[in-house]
Every structure is written in C-alpha cells, then in structure tokens.
Ligand binder design. Structure first.
Ligand SMILES: O=P(O)(O)OC[C@@H](O)[C@@H](O)c1c[nH]c2ccccc12
Length: 257
C-alpha cells in the first residue's frame, strides 16, 4: 500500500464520520412550477400576511399551517409567505411550516438584497423568491436573479412602471408582477396593471401577475380581463371568514354573488 492509498483510506473514513454529523438538507413535498400552473389558467397566489407597514396588524395570531391548507384546498396556484419580521411580522419559520404542509409552490415574500437570503429561502422550502426591481441596482438584480436560477428557484420580478417592466423582460423573467401599490405613497390602483399590461410580452411564455389591492373577487376578475394570468392577494384573504370560497369565486370554480 502506498502512502497515497493510506491517506485516501483515512480520508474516506473521516468523510463518513463528517457526513453523518452534517445536518441533513430537509426534503419538502414536491411542488410544481408556478409558471406552468398559470399558463394553464387563472390563478390566485394566496398570501399569509400577519401585518403590513401600511395597514398595521391584519391577523397577528393566524395559524399559518391552517391558513395555508385552506388556500391549497381551494385550489390556490401558490402560497406566498411574508418572512420579513420587522415590518410584516412574519418569519422564515412561518414559511418552513407552510412548505412542509403543502404541495403547491411557495413564495418567500421578502426584500432580497443578498444571496444568503435566497439560500435561506430555499433551505426553508421556498420554490419561488421575489426580486423587487425598485429596490435593487441593475447589477444586484441581475446577480440575484442568476443566482436564484442556479438554485432552480422560480423568480417573481416585481415592477411598478414601464422602465422596470422593460428590465424584467430583458432579464428573461418568466413571472412578472405588477404591484398595484405605489411603494412611496401606498396608494393602490388596478390602473397600474392596466397601464403596464400594454408593455407585457404576451405570447412569450412569461406570465403576468397583478399584485396587491384586490378588495373583492370583482377586482381579481378585472385583473384577469386586463391580461393577468395570476393575482397576488394578501389582506382580503387574511380578513375573509371564508378564504377558500374567495379563491374559488376569483377563479370561477364557484359563482360570485
Ligand atoms: O395585501 P394585498 O394588498 O392583497 O397585497 C398582497 C401583496 O401583493 C403585497 O403583500 C406585496 C406585494 N409586493 C410586496 C413586496 C413586499 C412585501 C409585500 C408585498
């Protein structure tokens, strides 16, 4: 036996011990791609949102697993979980609990500025992350986008105006979300979606999502008519006594009164 053989034998033993002590990467239930779900029809990305800076407390004491299962049972296209602690009173634990319980795509709703957050989202079971164009430099946006792609995550790119829409399209984003809420004034209007749908490359395979300010299912229907294949709904579902019915009425599985 040469010295190299000896060293390699020892190394294999060391590595076996190391592998045993290494924390296992948690396996979560398999989830489809949101872009595929939305290409096949209108969907509701249903959000778990305890509080927000514009509204304060919404439902601080929510049981996130129970809420997530209600969303999934009603046919939600995906579940969005706020993980920002300071302003939205969410947590990565909330996300993990939901990702363990459901088999629909899970969006880590947070303000991403670093690769570490993206890794953390993935390790907690997220299958989608959010990148907000208005919050990032072009270089950061491109870098974080490519990084998330390399981890096989889907990326929802959030835009507020035509220039941001162009950046999202240029990146090759498959999921583009128009936020109807102006982040500076908090003013909400579906007009944002109406305006920016005109800049969206329908037919390219990417899907348009209308985010925020859906007070009732009629707003969701309006967004779909404007060309959105998905709507992202938080507060209305969190305040609803029957969020499952809300989702079914929005997607036409149940008649609206
Ligand atoms: O509660 P609403 O108005 O239905 O909005 C949901 C969602 O669109 C909103 O929470 C949101 C959209 N983009 C964000 C970025 C960060 C935090 C939150 C958001």
């Amino acid at each position: 036996m040469t010295i190299l053989d000896k060293i390699m034998d020892t190394k294999r033993q060391e590595i076996t011990a190391y592998e045993e002590s290494y924390p296992a990467i948690e396996q979560f239930p398999d989830k489809p791609k949101l872009v595929d779900t939305l290409r096949n029809g209108r969907g509701v990305i249903s959000e778990i949102k305890r509080a927000s800076p514009s509204k304060g407390a919404i439902r601080m004491e929510v049981d996130v697993v129970e809420q997530g299962l209600k969303y999934e049972g009603a046919g939600a296209a995906a579940i969005s979980v706020l993980t920002d602690e300071q302003y939205f009173k969410g947590s990565i634990e909330d996300l993990k609990k939901v990702a363990r319980a459901v088999s629909v795509p899970v969006l880590c709703k947070d303000f991403m500025v670093s690769e570490i957050q993206i890794e953390r989202a993935k390790a907690a079971g997220a299958t989608i992350i959010l990148l907000i164009v208005a919050a990032l430099t072009d270089e950061e946006l491109e870098r974080l986008f490519r990084y998330a792609e390399s981890l096989d995550l889907e990326i929802l790119v959030e835009v507020h105006d035509a220039e941001e829409m162009q950046k999202a399209v240029a990146l090759g984003a498959q999921l583009i979300g128009v936020n109807n809420r102006n982040l500076k004034t908090f003013e909400v209007s579906l007009e944002r979606t109406a305006e920016l749908a005109g800049q969206f490359p329908f037919g390219s395979g990417s899907v348009l999502i209308s985010e925020s300010g859906m007070n009732d299912t009629a707003d969701a229907h309006r967004a779909y008519e404007l060309g959105a294949q998905g709507v992202l709904v938080g507060e209305a579902l969190m305040r609803s006594e029957d969020p499952a019915s809300w989702i079914r009425r929005a997607t036409g599985q149940e008649a609206s009164q």
